[in-house]
Design a protein around this ligand. Structure first.
Ligand code: NAG
Ligand code: NAG
Length: 415
């Protein structure tokens, strides 16, 4: 299944590759979606220039149904894309690929392509508009996902459902900086198990938590755009890992025996290859690159705690900065055993490879996730470049990554 996910990711990226060049950092799929929206917007502009026809202004007309009242709440991405200068051409995701209205057409296309799995996410604010289960459940949103899931099953396409693909309800509480999110997210996940779990058997708690933490709370390139260098990403990741574990336990205790499904997580992992495979310092730097990327999330979930090399590096640098404690939060012994083993399968998203060599960042300078790793990333200009400044096609790196995961985390593909 993990391979299926990866192939789907790659397919989506391949389909989108023609639409992106040197754009702001937003994922390619989003770029593709936003570009689609742009085309739709142009069509709307053209038709708006024609004379208005009063005889056609009835409730069933195109104008009436353009903006359905679906009861959805705002997400952090709705808010972020509305800020000028954040997104290419200042586009928003208001319509994008319009899966809400076109899911029947989409499933027909999937059938034509002979797909047997479909991975999609349930939008938290579409189900819980304020984010809180205690406040309001949007039954229209539930109905939409029920219809989608039923039609997939009718067509023998297995749904794989992500509970968090980045659209946090527009936050009042500091988003993933706030440990309260753990319980709010668990309430949302529990509601999804209750309403959809008799039909959905594959659940992914988080998709690419690395991006959520680093780009959402460290660099600010993604929603919610916080720039909390050196602390924001670690804190967000800490709460995301706790939330993942809590949701897994909720499923395990309340639903597994009835519903007999699986709960996993989908991590992103690019490969880091030592520049000189005979140089011990290069080998250690490459190991750091991977541990700060994949190991940050996978090691707590499979082995119970952060990778030792992260604890060492961030702890030492925090000390040099005169901080009383490490910027990397600490799991208590109870939390470690609670988190360890909370994964029925591992999803892997893989994009590209880098050559890695050590690079010393003096403490105080930088003070960020990137500086903490003490390494430099290089690429081979001969690697095929599918048209983006950061993406290079390196198939052997993908193979090495799969072997690494197999040996480090105990062959988690079919557990
Ligand atoms: C996006 O908005 C910013 C700020 O208002 C403006 O400077 C920029 O020209 C806009 N870009 C486009 C493509 O409209
Ligand atoms: C965290 O969330 C709670 C609500 O659960 C809120 O009362 C509190 O103020 C939030 N903390 C911060 C720092 O925003």
């Amino acid at each position: 299944m993990s391979l299926i996910l990866t192939v789907l990711n790659k397919l989506a990226k391949f389909l989108c590759k023609k639409t992106e060049s040197s754009l702001p950092k937003i994922t390619m799929l989003q770029r593709c979606i936003l570009r689609t929206y742009h085309v739709l917007a142009l069509v709307l502009c053209v038709s708006a220039r024609e004379d208005f026809d009063w005889t056609k202004n009835e409730k069933t007309s195109f104008y009436y149904s353009t903006f359905p009242t679906d009861g959805k709440g705002m997400s952090i991405w709705d808010a972020f894309t509305r800020k000028k200068g954040k997104i290419f051409l200042n586009d928003t995701g208001d319509t994008s690929c319009d899966g809400y209205n076109k899911f029947k057409d989409d499933i027909t296309l999937m059938k034509d392509m002979k797909l047997n799995h479909y991975r999609f996410s349930i939008s938290w604010p579409r189900i819980l508009p304020s984010g809180l289960k205690s406040e309001h459940i949007n039954e229209k949103g539930i109905k939409y996902y029920e219809d989608l899931i039923n039609m997939l099953l009718d067509n023998k396409i297995t749904p794989i459902v992500i509970l968090y693909h980045w659209d946090l309800p527009q936050e009042k509480y500091g988003g993933w900086q706030n440990v309260s999110m753990v319980n709010y997210f668990n309430d949302f996940a529990n509601l999804c198990f209750e309403r959809f779990g008799h039909k959905v058997k594959y659940w992914i708690t988080f998709n690419n938590p690395w991006s959520i933490a680093v780009e959402g709370y460290e660099t600010g390139e993604h929603a919610p755009g916080m720039k909390l260098k050196g602390t924001g990403a670690y804190k967000a990741a800490h709460h995301i890992i706790k939330a993942h574990a809590k949701v897994w336990h909720t499923y395990d205790m309340q639903w597994r025996s009835k519903q007999k499904g699986m709960v996993g997580i989908s991590l992103t992992a690019d490969w880091g290859e030592p520049v000189d495979i005979t140089n011990q310092r290069d080998i250690e730097a490459a190991e750091r690159y991977i541990q700060f990327y994949l190991g940050w999330f996978a090691t707590p979930i499979f082995n119970g705690d952060y990778p030792q090399v992260m604890k060492d590096y961030i702890g030492r640098k925090s000390g040099q900065q005169g901080l009383g404690a490490s910027r990397l939060p600490v799991f208590s012994p109870q939390e470690k055993s609670y988190i360890k083993g909370t994964c029925d399968f591992l999803g892997l998203g893989h994009f590209t490879t880098r050559y890695i060599t050590p690079k010393n960042y003096p403490s105080g300078l930088g003070d960020s996730y990137f500086a903490d790793r003490d390494l430099a990333e290089l690429v081979d200009p001969k690697w095929p470049d599918p048209g983006s400044e950061w993406l290079y096609s390196v198939p052997w790196g993908f193979r090495r990554m799969l072997n690494f995961v197999k040996t480090q985390y105990g062959n988690p593909w079919y557990t």
